[in-house]
Design a binder for this molecule. Structure first.
Ligand SMILES: Nc1ncnc2c1ncn2[C@@H]1O[C@H](COP(=O)(O)OP(=O)(O)OP(=O)(O)O)[C@@H](O)[C@H]1O
Length: 217
């Protein structure tokens, strides 16, 4: 996926990465690496900091300390945002725009290939026939599928998937697994969280355990 002079470096490397809120540690310090073709499952109970970690790696939140490198280069939040594709709990679609318009909007925003066949991308996630449906009229699972179409078109090597199986039927779960498999086979990497005992990526995964959530005194 990269032909940079740093191609032999891990795709992602975190050293001493930590995040605190109001001086209360949420996670870390964490040290981990993720190579091309690898998946890392972030484990931890409710409130352990899994979403926060993914948001820090997506450049959406500032780390409180530590360093992150992408393909051997130290990166700031802007680089993280550009070098990763984040699939969060909330799909972030424009409620009044149709599925195809939403996809076109996010695709343009991420600087995607202007020649991409967006209708085919919708069909590939099972949304053929919903091109003109406003996002507010899509079900939770259909909104997740629309977010998966966006993810599939994003050229970022690092995928950050927060509960990617949530709201999906069995066919949708298989779709996520296929997308992860293809992404890894293409030299990408994925960090993901899942609470679902019913779903896990069909690839060897390493795990990263976050500590238990803090219980207020
Ligand atoms: N916007 C916020 N403002 C203040 N505290 C927050 C905010 N978002 C999360 N937190 C707190 O940060 C901690 C970590 O939350 P986070 O969402 O990262 O946990 P998680 O491991 O993803 O949990 P879950 O499994 O329930 O999704 C929790 O204690 C949570 O209450």
């Amino acid at each position: 996926m990269t032909d940079s002079p740093h191609a032999s470096s891990p795709l992602l490397q975190a050293r001493g990465l930590c995040f605190s809120r109001n001086d209360e540690p949420v996670f870390g310090p964490l040290d981990f690496t993720l190579g091309p073709g690898e998946a890392l499952l972030v484990l931890g109970g409710n409130g352990a900091g899994k979403t926060t970690l993914l948001r820090v790696l997506a450049g959406l939140l500032p780390a409180s300390g530590g360093e992150v490198e992408l393909q051997g280069r130290p990166v700031d939040r802007d680089h993280l945002a550009r070098g990763s594709a984040y699939l969060g709990h909330l799909p972030g679609h424009k409620a009044d725009l149709g599925a195809l318009e939403n996809l076109a909007y996010s695709h343009a925003l991420q600087g995607g290939d202007p020649g991409a066949d967006l209708a085919a991308a919708l069909a590939a996630v099972g949304l053929a026939g919903h091109e003109d449906s406003p996002a507010r009229r899509l079900s939770a699972g259909q909104n997740k599928r629309l977010a998966l179409a966006r993810l599939r078109l994003q050229p970022a090597p690092l995928w950050l998937l927060d509960e990617p199986y949530a709201n999906l039927d069995l066919d949708g779960i298989a779709l996520v697994n296929r997308l992860i498999q293809q992404h890894l086979a293409n030299g990408g990497a994925a960090l993901l969280t899942t609470h679902g005992a019913y779903a896990a990526p069909p690839v060897p995964v390493r795990t990263l355990a976050l500590g238990p959530a803090r219980v207020p005194a």
